[in-house]
Design a protein around this ligand. Structure first.
Ligand code: ADP
Ligand code: MG
Length: 310
């Protein structure tokens, strides 16, 4: 991955961001004064219910949309002061955007879709790089397929390769796992967190998928256009525990169980890591893994008993 990406992340800072959509039906205040700072090397997740303003926030950071009030700074660029043309250029050079609605060009192959942003900047060796990006997302053998010849998960992975084409310092992903099965979601989350942790990019992901949230470094909770809290994934796990123990159900039972399952997966990874580092014996590893797996199976049964697949 190191050879493909050389540019480090940029600080992204939004201040007092307000967005009002006006239509004939009336006004909608999508953002009501949002101030946040995002650091390079950190994968942040914006969590919140549908309508909270997640897409609006990402669109404004990415220069797709303009705020009604407030400022957006990416590195030393004041995005809210750019003209529309300047914003297009800014986005092409600095932002990798994985949109909520898959935005591949249907008449271009996977390879051609990845080539497109590089052609627009006139980068050299574009084809070689595009093939390597497709390899990164595990699709080197499907480079010549058209989007409608790929599964939803594969299309999403092509969309990620497209977003990474110009080695952008800032990566935005809007609900990137919404339509994905477990395996595809895992691949997508893995790439996004690596881009931050290993390559120092600034990564901002919106989601209401706990499989994503528990893997990120930082979780910002957005509700009704306002930031209502910030947690580390560890806090989230504690909350889940309390919600289960105290019957205080803010989130649906299925959501809680899924969060717990995701945190158990993380626990399994940590156990393996600790074993590899020689901190626990093989016997202890097997014992603890068995217990976690038993808990996972019990939770999965519970999920299917309430009519939800894990
Ligand atoms: N183009 C638009 N015109 C009018 N209202 C919009 C538009 N885009 C979003 N909204 C409204 O703004 C609010 C926030 O939307 P959005 O940012 O899409 O939320 P989320 O991504 O968290 O679901 C919602 O009430 C939504 O209906
Ligand atoms: Mg949205």
């Amino acid at each position: 991955m190191e050879n493909l990406f050389r540019r480090k992340g940029l600080v992204v800072e939004v201040k007092d961001l307000v967005k009002i959509y006006r239509s004939r039906a009336g006004e909608v205040q999508a953002l009501r004064g949002v101030s946040l700072r995002f650091e390079p090397g950190v994968a942040t997740c914006i969590m919140g219910p549908s309508g909270a303003g997640k897409t609006t926030l990402l669109n404004i950071i990415g220069g797709v949309d303009v705020p009604t009030g407030g400022t957006v700074r990416v590195g030393d660029i004041l995005v809210n002061q750019l003209s529309e043309r300047e914003r297009d250029r800014f986005r092409l050079e600095n932002i990798g955007y994985v949109f909520q609605a898959l935005n591949l060009v249907p008449t271009l192959t996977a390879l051609e879709n990845v080539l497109l942003p590089m052609k627009m900047l006139g980068l050299p060796n574009a084809k070689q790089r595009a093939l390597e990006l497709l390899k990164l997302v595990g699709l080197e053998d499907k480079a010549n397929r058209y989007p409608d010849e790929l599964s939803g998960g594969e299309q999403q992975r092509v969309a990620i390769a497209v977003a990474l084409a110009n080695d952008p310092p800032v990566i935005l992903a809007d609900e990137p796992t919404a339509e994905l099965d477990y395996e595809n979601a895992r691949i997508v989350v893995d790439i996004l967190t690596k881009l931050a942790r290993e390559l120092g990019k600034t990564v901002i992901v919106s989601t209401h998928d706990p499989r994503v949230a528990t893997k990120m470094d930082r979780i910002v909770r957005l509700e009704d256009g306002r930031v209502v809290g910030e947690f580390s994934p560890l806090d989230l796990e504690k909350q889940v525990g309390q919600a289960v123990a105290g019957g205080r159900v803010e989130v649906s039972l299925a959501e809680v169980i899924k969060m717990k399952l995701a945190s158990l997966d993380r626990e399994l990874e940590l156990l393996e890591e600790r074993y590899r580092r020689g901190e626990i014996s093989l016997l202890e590893l097997v014992d603890r893994v068995n217990k976690v797996v038993a808990t996972k199976n019990a939770l999965k049964e519970l999920l299917s008993s309430i009519g939800v697949g894990a």
